[in-house]
Design a binder for this molecule. Structure first.
Ligand SMILES: [Zn+2]
Length: 346
């Protein structure tokens, strides 16, 4: 079969590999869609300490079951499935408290296990053990289902930031995650949703799709002033930074209303993670600053449900569909910010 494997930083190749066989508890799928994200580009450029090469990349996976390993119940050839990316162990102190997204023993598809940029993939028994293989609802395409994984991360972030009715929400960053955050915030009853983005071209493209109440170009205007002006000086109730920018995180705190929640959703570069905060703003305004680390199996199932019900459409966010052989071109499109979502159809 054809696969896309990481060999070393800067060295990702399309090649041939033997078809994998499912072991006890595993399920083998024919991958139909594996979508790309910024993380794939990061791995391509810099590698990752959890990846021992050669490794098949890809972690936003949807496909069809072709074979089940010994001892697998409830799944059969032909089932349409979506796969979680982050696999908690389900047994540690955090998992037992229901905090699966911060399991310290978490492993990942495309890192510890071969991923979805391949014609076939084995879903490891560990995924099934934590209920991480989801049936794709009728009416949801494989391409849409592959977006459930990043969408699940957005759901986790908005749960932690308690996005709800009446909130004025600011989303910083207009990539696929930013677009998902805008739509999810609306679905959760936010009163107004503002989209902030540095790059005018990307802002206009995203705003054309998700229609925020205001699109603020941080490259042309001070986003803190713009948000304060749009909210009669109150600030926003929730600010979500879906951008790897320390400046965006600092601005997020400056544009926060009293008792606002700030989600530092996007991580910062490892070599530059320090920001400057006026802690008196946090103190007197009773702000809550939260992180977000991936998603749990339940968040993935919830994402599929929101896609199926039409509450959060994702089909129009998939702007590019490419065959497996063009995965490196897909990375390039992602890296240059020319797309919202690029999906690979192996
Ligand atoms: Zn755990």
């Amino acid at each position: 079969m054809k696969v896309v494997r990481f060999h070393a930083p800067g060295d990702v190749r399309v090649g041939d590999a033997p078809e994998p066989s499912p072991g006890p508890g595993d399920v083998k799928i024919r991958v139909r869609n594996c979508s790309t994200c910024g993380t794939d580009v990061k791995i391509f450029r810099f590698g990752h300490h959890h990846i021992v090469p050669p490794r098949v990349m890809g972690h936003e996976v949807a496909g069809q079951v072709v074979e089940v390993g010994p001892g697998v119940d409830g799944w059969a050839a032909g089932d349409r499935v979506q796969v979680i990316a982050a696999i908690p162990d389900g047994t540690c102190a955090e998992c037992r408290r229901g905090r699966l997204t911060v399991c310290p023993n978490q492993e990942s598809i495309g890192y510890h296990y071969d991923g979805g940029f391949a014609e076939y993939m084995v879903v490891p028994a560990k995924v099934l053990a934590v209920d991480g293989l989801n049936r794709i609802p009728d009416g949801v395409s494989y391409a849409e289902a592959s977006v459930a994984e990043p969408f699940a991360c957005a759901i986790n972030g908005q749960n932690l930031a308690r996005v709800g009715p009446g909130d004025d929400v600011v989303v910083v960053g207009s990539g696929p995650i930013g677009c998902l955050h805008v739509r999810l915030a609306r679905a959760r009853g936010a009163t107004r949703v503002f989209l902030v983005e540095l790059n005018r071209e990307r802002l206009d493209r995203a705003a054309g799709l998700v229609s925020p109440d205001a699109a603020i170009c941080a490259g042309e205007t001070d986003p803190v002033d713009a948000v304060l002006k749009a909210t009669d000086g109150r600030g926003a109730d929730v600010i979500i930074t879906a951008a790897a920018s320390g400046q965006a995180q600092e601005q997020a705190i400056q544009m926060a209303a009293r008792q606002a929640r700030i989600s530092l959703f996007g991580g910062l570069p490892k070599d530059n993670p320090i920001i400057s905060v006026d802690s008196n703003l946090v103190h007197y305004r009773e702000l809550t600053v939260v992180g977000a680390n991936g998603s749990s199996p339940a968040h993935n199932a919830e994402a599929l449900g929101l896609i199926a019900s039409g509450a959060v459409p994702v089909d129009d966010l998939i702007t590019h569909r490419l065959p497996l052989a063009e995965t490196l071109d897909a990375f390039d499109i992602v890296a240059r910010g020319q797309a919202i979502k690029v999906t690979i159809e192996p």
